[in-house]
Design a protein around this ligand. Structure first.
Ligand code: SER
Ligand code: ZN
Length: 499
């Protein structure tokens, strides 16, 4: 890694009278011999490769390796020089970055093209080398933008490397074979029977009384068999998610292609909106382009369900004796832009999920995940009687940040629950159980009184996914359903008839 930085320090008055040239020369010598080498191995660090004093300006050229990066060197030097000039009652008014070039050793990874980067004016890619010409000012150096750019490039390279390998997937458990009673796509069959209808939005359904009753039966089973006996308490998590939440949860790193964006009007003054109203009144068309200019994006719709919960604990310290804490939310929809991937109730843009969330010490969080796994096994084996399996996969909290691969850690991570769909032979993920480590407490600054790390976990139970799996294996006729499930769901209501 090579850094080459040209900067101009602007001072409060001319340097010619006050600080003598020999004093500046001495300072440069001191920088090159000591100040800009501190913390670097022998022979490494940064160096002032050229300098010039003109009136009230000091022009500098700093070169470095990766040990004391040139921008760090500049900030370090500015501080020391400020002290020196201060003796002559001269201050440093500002720093102008004329040019900043960073060159990296770069073996072009197959399929990775770096075309554009924020705060980079020009990118040159040659054999084994990547050169960036930065477009930054001093405040961006303060914010460590150059370091973050380098990190971003490394992340991009890692992501491509991971893509080459297959997604991490490791079988943990597989249930016994079951008798299947159906070989069709249950969504098609439900549409035929009028159990649901496509809604006006993409990947969205209006659920009729029958399938709704099935969803509620699933919820009841989950509550009776798992939430209530384990001491879970219900909460209501927000379903609009402000950017501030996604910044802290990491979703702001990668959610963009899948988010449902939420906007507010720039003003609620009806006069501001009159042209839009008038346009609709005369054309009967909603002028979406006109609206776009009058609204402001403030976040998105619920995506992962648990992140906005953490605002409840943000910045708080809790006594250890109230742990473990178990809560759940079933207060609304989740939204993901699924693009081409839509398929019946298996893959939707709008879906319903019970989000189960627990927290405790590291040991409590891991232990609780095992208890949940036991409960789920019981539900799938003894009540729903389905064929299913558990797999250790890329943790959802990494996948949703756009990171591939397996977390190095084995204690934190995600177990996906999958079931086979007899009509296609494919396996469908229908829920997960994850230990999320200290990621959320750290991200939202939640602490324990003892100072021990707070850990958390979550498990998302997709109602549509449970239904997709159960109905695909058992069919829509209640006589083929396991007795225990029938006793929970009861008679399915017949309400509508169409002519
Ligand atoms: N929050 C987790 C996820 O989005 C569990 O629901 O996968
Ligand atoms: Zn979650």
């Amino acid at each position: 890694m090579e850094f080459e930085l040209k900067a101009v320090l602007k001072c409060s008055s001319s340097l010619s009278g006050a600080a003598s040239p020999s004093e500046i020369t001495e300072f440069v010598t001191y920088c090159n011999a000591d100040l800009l080498k501190r913390g670097a191995p022998p022979g490494c660090g940064a160096e002032i490769a050229g300098w010039n004093v003109a009136e009230d300006k000091i022009e500098l050229k700093i070169v470095s390796d990766r040990f004391v990066r040139a921008h760090d060197a500049l900030l370090r030097l500015k501080k020391e020089l400020g002290k020196l000039l201060g003796k002559h009652r001269i201050g440093i008014r500002g720093v102008e970055i004329e040019d900043y070039k960073i060159a990296l050793d770069w073996e072009a990874e197959e399929g990775l093209k770096i075309r554009k980067l924020p705060f980079v004016r020009e990118i040159k890619q040659e054999e084994g080398r990547l050169e960036l010409l930065l477009d930054v000012d001093e405040s961006m150096l303060d914010k460590r933008i150059p370091d973050r750019l380098i990190r971003l490039l490394e992340d991009k390279r890692d992501a491509v490397r991971w893509k080459g390998k297959s997604e991490h997937w490791e079988l943990l458990f597989e249930s016994e074979q079951r008798q299947f009673h159906f070989d069709k796509d249950p969504t098609e069959e439900m549409l035929k029977r009028g159990w649901l209808q496509h809604a006006a939005g993409r990947g969205q359904y209006v659920y009729g009384p029958q399938i709704t009753k099935i969803f509620r039966a699933f919820e009841k089973i989950l509550l009776d068999e798992l939430c209530t006996p384990l001491g879970y308490k219900e909460m209501i998590f927000p379903k609009f998610v402000a950017w501030d939440v996604w910044k802290k949860s990491g979703h702001a790193k990668g959610i963009y292609p899948e988010a449902y964006y939420v906007c507010t009007p720039k003003t609620r003054d009806p006069e501001y909106w009159e042209d839009v109203m008038d346009y609709f009144k005369v054309t009967n068309e909603v002028p979406v382009d006109m609206i776009m200019g009058k609204i402001e994006n403030v976040g998105g719709m619920c995506y992962a369900q648990c992140p906005p919960f953490w605002v409840f604990l943000q910045g708080k310290i809790m006594p250890d004796e109230i742990l473990p804490i178990m809560v759940f939310d079933r207060s609304g929809t989740s939204h993901r832009y699924e693009s081409g991937g839509l398929h019946g109730i298996e893959r939707l843009d709008e879906f319903h999920r019970v989000e189960i969330l627990w927290m405790g010490t590291k040991q409590q969080a891991i232990e609780h995940s095992k208890v949940l796994q036991e409960k789920y096994r019981h539900i799938f084996n003894d009540i729903l009687d389905i064929a299913w399996r558990e797999a250790w996969v890329t943790p959802w909290f990494m996948a949703q940040e756009g990171k591939a691969g397996l977390a190095e850690i084995k204690e934190a991570g995600t177990i996906d629950y999958e079931a086979v769909l007899p009509y296609s032979g494919k396996w469908l993920e229908f829920q997960n159980v994850s230990v999320n480590g200290d990621k959320y407490p750290k991200g939202f600054s939640v602490k324990l009184q003892s100072g021990e790390d707070l850990w958390s976990g979550c498990s998302g139970v997709g109602l549509e996914r449970w239904a997709a799996v159960f109905l695909a294996q058992k069919g829509l006729d209640a006589e083929n359903w396991p007795e225990k499930f029938r006793s929970v769901v009861g008679e399915l209501p017949e309400v509508f008839r169409f002519l």
